[in-house]
Each structure stands twice: as C-alpha cells, then as structure tokens.
Design a binder for this molecule. Structure first.
Ligand SMILES: Nc1ncnc2c1ncn2[C@@H]1O[C@H](COP(=O)(O)OP(=O)(O)OP(=O)(O)O)[C@@H](O)[C@H]1O
Length: 344
C-alpha cells in the first residue's frame, strides 16, 4: 500500500542541513496495521507526513497505492488526501463547529451537497459511537469523544489509508484502549490500512500486526510485531521495549547480577514462552526436573499482536549436576532460554 524507497529528508539549506530521514526503505502492507516506533526526534512524524505530501522527500520515492507522492501537483495532492485520512494527538477539531460539522468539513470541501453530507455523516457518527453527540461542540466532549470525531472526519472521504500521529498519546489508558479497539474494528470491517506512529509501545503491542523501528532517521528493524517484540535484535528496540515487556529486570534484581560466579552463587536464567511452549504447563515440570531449589524471581505473561508471550526469570544452583539437568530439560521442551548472569 505504501512503499518508501531510499527516502532521505533534509531540513534546512545545504550548509546547515539536518538529515531527518536517511535512506529509508520500508513497505506498509495493504490491510495491515503498521506501527512506527522510535525515540523523540527519530523522524517518525517526518516519515508519516511524507505519505500525504505534507513534507516532500529530498531524495528517493514515497509510493502510495501505486502513485509517487513527490511528483504530484497541488491539485493531485488534494485528490490523494481524500484517499489518505489522518488523525492527530490533539485532535485538530474546529472549536466553532459541532461534531457533525467537523466531520462534514472534508465533504464540504469535496463539494458534496447538504443531503449527501447528511447521508454520509450520520452513519459515521454511529460507527464511532457518537450518534447522540452530533450537535455537541468540541468543548462539550471528552478527549476520547473528540478523537472519535477526528476518526469519523478522517473516514469521511472513504480513504484507503489512515495515518495516525500519536492519536492516543493525550488520552488516559482506559480511553486509549477504547480508541484502539475502534481502530482495530475499522481496520477489520472496512479493510482500511493503518499506519501509526507512537512512542507508546503498548499501542503497537495491542493493535499493530507489523512494526518498524526508526533510530536517527534510519529504519533499524522491521517485521511482524510478535517477532520484533519477542526477539528484538537492535539495541534501540531493546531499550524501547525494556519497560513494556518482561525483558527488563526489576531494579532490585538487576543491581545484584554478576557476570562471574563466586562460590555458592546461583545462575540467573530468563525463560521465554511462546508458540507451542506458551500453552504447556512447563513451570511445574521445571521445578521437579531441575530440583526443588528453583526460585522464580520475576515474570509476566502478555499478549502481543494477539499472541501469548511469557517470560520467567529463575535462579538455581550453578552446580554441574543441576546445570546438566536444566540443559536436558530445555533441550527436551524447546524452551527458549537466556543466561543473564549470577546472583548470590
Ligand atoms: N521543519 C523542520 N525544520 C528543521 N528540522 C526539523 C523540522 N521538522 C523536524 N525537524 C527535525 O527532524 C528530526 C525528526 O523530527 P520528527 O518530528 O520527524 O521526529 P519524531 O520522531 O516525530 O519526534 P517526536 O516523537 O518528538 O515527535 C528532529 O530532530 C527535528 O528537530
């Protein structure tokens, strides 16, 4: 649906140019929900704004549904923007217009008459759960309701692609979940492709089937969300994910981890459960097969892009006998393990 081919974006003139994007190659699949994550200033907004022509690439191509955006005239860009809806962190509603009239705005600009607009806006209000709020002004709506108006407005011209720029970042966790559920429903029911940027890993974990990680203007990792979140390869991805998944160790534990064992120390191991191992009762077997001296020190079971994923951090005596029993158990069960160090 969207292709970035060798996209570079420089801001400023040649002498003091700032490279915001540096040779980005990326594909956004049709019908998928794709998340772009990265630190502040990594280039997320720049990347998304290239898709609807709010920014122009300095080099390379951005192709949306077969059309290269950089080569479009202003008139053609207006046409493209009917095909590409956008929602924003601060909703960007017009305060002087009711919910109905905010949603109607793109249709007025497209030249539809009042009857056609009414026929379109009513069902959109129902779709986003605001059938009874048509005549309310933005100041009379909650943050979540404002974003629902924003979503309905973005859908008014029946776009094929929805861009989301930190759409839930100003919302509380519960409202965030309801907006994400709505986006998921729209994606499934309307077959709408969604490209979202966020600094909230939870958002990607909850709704994005695919994810790209951007670091200083370069895509350092991209693929299925489950694969990237369960086995991050790049340091930036690990840092971004460390507070979201059971990947990071709790501070009380981290401060006591040693690289070398002293006499009597226990080995610290992280076990990861997913795929076939996610559904097997392996914890009880772990204790019986390794021996009674296994301590469970940290752990979490999560859902990533709809699939279960669990981590368990355990410690047991680092004696040759116990280590051999553990190695046999891991080989038999196919459990993914990572040696983290030693603890007293
Ligand atoms: N119009 C501009 N002129 C000059 N530099 C810019 C401009 N827009 C963005 N930049 C710079 O480009 C870099 C990438 O900015 P961008 O807004 O794309 O990052 P971001 O990942 O979306 O950040 P954040 O999460 O903080 O919004 C930043 O260092 C920013 O200062």
């Amino acid at each position: 649906m969207v292709l970035f081919k060798g996209v570079t974006k420089r801001y400023g003139d040649d002498a003091n140019a700032f490279v915001a994007l540096d040779g980005v190659d990326m594909a956004v699949g049709r019908g998928a929900i794709t998340g772009i994550i990265g630190r502040s200033g990594a280039g997320k907004s720049t990347l998304i704004r290239l898709v609807n022509g709010l920014e122009k690439a300095t080099a390379g191509e951005v192709v949306v549904d077969g059309t290269e955006v950089g080569g479009l005239t202003e008139a053609a860009l207006r046409g493209l923007r009917r095909e590409v809806g956008m929602i924003f962190q601060h909703f960007n509603l017009l305060s002087s217009r009711t919910a109905f009239d905010n949603i109607a705005l793109p249709l007025e600009i497209a030249g539809l008459d009042r009857a056609a607009i009414k026929a379109k806006v009513g069902p959109l209000l129902d779709l986003v759960g605001l059938g009874d709020k048509a005549e309310r002004y933005p100041s009379e709506l909650s943050g979540g309701q404002k974003q629902r108006v924003g979503i309905a407005r973005a859908l008014a011209t029946s776009p094929k692609l929805l861009l989301s720029d930190e759409a839930t970042s100003a919302l509380d966790p519960e409202t965030t979940q309801s907006i994400l559920a709505l986006l998921k429903q729209i994606n499934a029911d309307l077959g709408l492709t969604v490209l979202l940027i966020t600094h909230e890993m939870e958002v990607v974990k909850t709704i994005a089937s695919h994810v790209a990680v951007i670091d200083r203007g370069r895509i350092v990792e991209q693929g299925r969300t489950f694969d990237i979140f369960t086995a991050p390869q790049h340091e930036t991805t690990r840092i971004l994910l460390s507070s979201t998944l059971g990947i990071g160790l709790p501070e009380w534990l981290r401060s006591g981890v040693k690289a070398e064992a002293s006499a009597g120390d226990r080995i610290l191991v992280r076990l990861t459960f997913f795929g076939a191992t996610a559904f097997q009762p392996l914890t009880a077997r772990l204790v019986t097969e390794i021996g009674g001296n296994v301590n469970i020190l940290a752990g979490a079971i999560e859902e990533i892009a709809g699939e279960p994923f669990g981590t368990l951090v355990v410690a047991y005596p680092a004696t040759p006998e116990v280590l051999a029993r553990a190695a046999r158990f891991y080989a038999e069960t196919g459990l993914a393990t990572e040696m983290l160090g030693y603890v007293a």
